[in-house]
Write a protein that binds this ligand. Structure first.
Ligand code: UTP
Length: 470
């Protein structure tokens, strides 16, 4: 057997060697790959053949799925993880060499002539748009066990978020048809990205409500896969604490939406159907569709490749700021910079006061609400280069300052809004600011934490005189 399968067997743990006879050639290849990337420990507890054989095979099947669902497979995943974990241990700042400045964008005032003009332009364009809802998140901060899309978006009628979204898209579809006389009726496509945590319940919610009025073929569900958890700085795969024959997995983040859309082939279908825009949005923002028409109007009027929807943001407020970053080597990008990174970055690059309010009473860096409008052709061009892979990050919680061990396993993550990071300098990346009351009311935190956030916000804004919490 050893000469047939190669020298690697000699160095394999004896627990794996003994079990080779129960594995298929494909499963043996997967086992070899794990050894090649330094994951010997996952076999160390394997008992003699005849004990738990089905579980051992199921383990290698799971590893095969983890391998095929990540661009470049587990070899790349572990390589990327080692690099990012080493940077994190060294305290490397991802913004080293970059200077922040305020990008250009559109600030809309609800109801004025410009707003109405943008809104009409947006309604006209809506027939050329596809909507993508990212709804694979666990909602851990909310502490709710169901899917967030099934939560009521308001308490008068109890209409759930998914119904509100679908009815809004259908209303936009009808308004666009009426405005663009003489054009045939269109069906605006809706894609919902789900995960193992949300897929079945999202499908059930749609099916048991006749897709809330959409034609079933108008809605496509794309399920994101989780990624392997990591136990240490060497990127050793974490064995599931509940089943020693599984790798522990966690969500990779909403950045997966770009690679899923790319691999689904839907972007080409939309391109061939003459669509021009892809609008990304999240699972619990009941106000969003009030802001969509005017924002889409801004995208089309200004011919933005990327348009980030934003709200006014007080300096240092706990919401990311849309920022232009210019590197000493000439690179530039317009992206979201988290609030806790923006202030120190400004201070380190010639703005000693950091993030401060300007004459408007707000920070000049608009608050990112993570709803994006991408122009389809340039999106397709970019994804042909990247296959939709988004720059990742890792956020381990270290046990102590030596940064040698973690409190619990970690994993690589990626964010939808980091898409502009790889764009060429010619890309037109801007933003559209709307009033918060018009555009943004997400459901993120459980009542206790929400009350704390509210207290902090009131205090920050100088509005807190006396608040009694029962
Ligand atoms: P959130 O930041 O609200 O994260 O996601 P979350 O995972 O839902 O909630 P927490 O952090 O556990 O409390 C923003 C949007 O991205 C989606 C969510 O469903 C939400 O619409 N999302 C998040 C995904 O689709 N996939 C992910 O892996 C993470």
């Amino acid at each position: 057997m050893a000469s047939q399968l190669g020298d690697w067997i000699a160095s394999a743990p004896s627990t794996l060697q003994k079990n080779l006879t129960i594995l298929s050639p494909d499963q043996i290849e997967v086992a070899k790959m794990l050894l090649d990337i330094g994951q010997t420990h996952v076999f160390e507890h394997w008992p003699e053949p005849g004990i738990d054989d089905d579980e051992k095979k199921a383990f290698l099947d799971q590893v095969t799925r983890l391998n095929t669902s990540y661009p470049g497979g587990l070899v790349s995943y572990v390589q990327n993880a080692r690099r990012l974990l080493s940077d994190s241990k060294a305290g490397k700042n991802p913004f080293d060499g970059f200077t922040p400045s305020v990008p250009s964008g559109e600030i809309l005032t609800f109801g004025d002539d410009n707003f109405l003009m943008m809104e009409e332009a947006g309604i006209r364009e809506a027939r050329n748009a596809a909507f993508v809802l990212v709804a694979g998140g666990l909602g851990e901060r909310l502490g709710y066990n169901g899917i967030k899309l099934a939560l009521p978006s308001e308490s008068t009628t109890g209409t759930c978020f998914l119904q509100r979204y679908i009815e809004s898209i259908l209303a936009l579809q009808e308004a666009s048809r009426r405005l663009v006389q003489g054009q045939s009726a269109t069906q605006i496509p809706l894609v919902i990205m789900t995960s193992d945590d949300t897929h079945e319940r999202t499908l059930k919610l749609l099916e048991s409500n006749s897709y809330f009025g959409m034609i079933p073929s108008q809605v496509k569900l794309l399920k994101q896969e989780k990624v392997a958890c990591l136990d240490d700085n060497d990127a050793r795969l974490a064995v599931d604490p509940h089943n020693k024959y599984r790798i522990q997995t966690k969500p990779h983040g909403h950045g997966d939406v770009h690679s899923l859309l790319y691999s689904s082939g839907l972007l080409s279908v939309w391109h061939d159907a003459g669509l021009k825009w892809v609008l990304f949005f999240q699972d619990t923002n009941g106000l969003l569709f009030k802001a969509i028409p005017a924002s889409l109007g801004v995208s089309s009027t200004k011919q933005y490749h990327v348009n980030s929807l934003a709200v006014p943001r007080k300096a240092k407020e706990a919401i990311g700021g849309i920022t232009k970053l210019t590197h000493t080597d000439g690179r530039t990008m317009v992206i979201n910079v988290e609030y806790n990174q923006l202030d120190p970055l400004l201070r380190a690059t010639g703005s000693p006061d950091g993030d401060v309010n300007c004459e408007t009473g707000y920070s000049p860096f608009p608050g990112n609400i993570n709803q994006l409008i991408l122009e389809l052709d340039s999106y397709i061009e970019e994804l042909k280069k990247t296959q939709g892979a988004i720059p990742e990050f890792v956020n381990p919680k270290y046990k102590d300052s030596s940064k040698t061990s973690f409190k619990s396993s970690t994993r690589l993550e990626c964010m939808m809004q980091d898409y502009p990071k790889t764009l060429p300098p010619s890309a037109r990346v801007g933003f559209t600011v709307m009033d918060t009351w018009l555009a943004y009311a997400p459901v993120k935190n459980n009542p206790e934490d929400a009350a704390k956030v509210c207290l902090f916000t009131l205090r920050d804004k100088g509005l807190l005189f006396r608040v009694l919490i029962p």
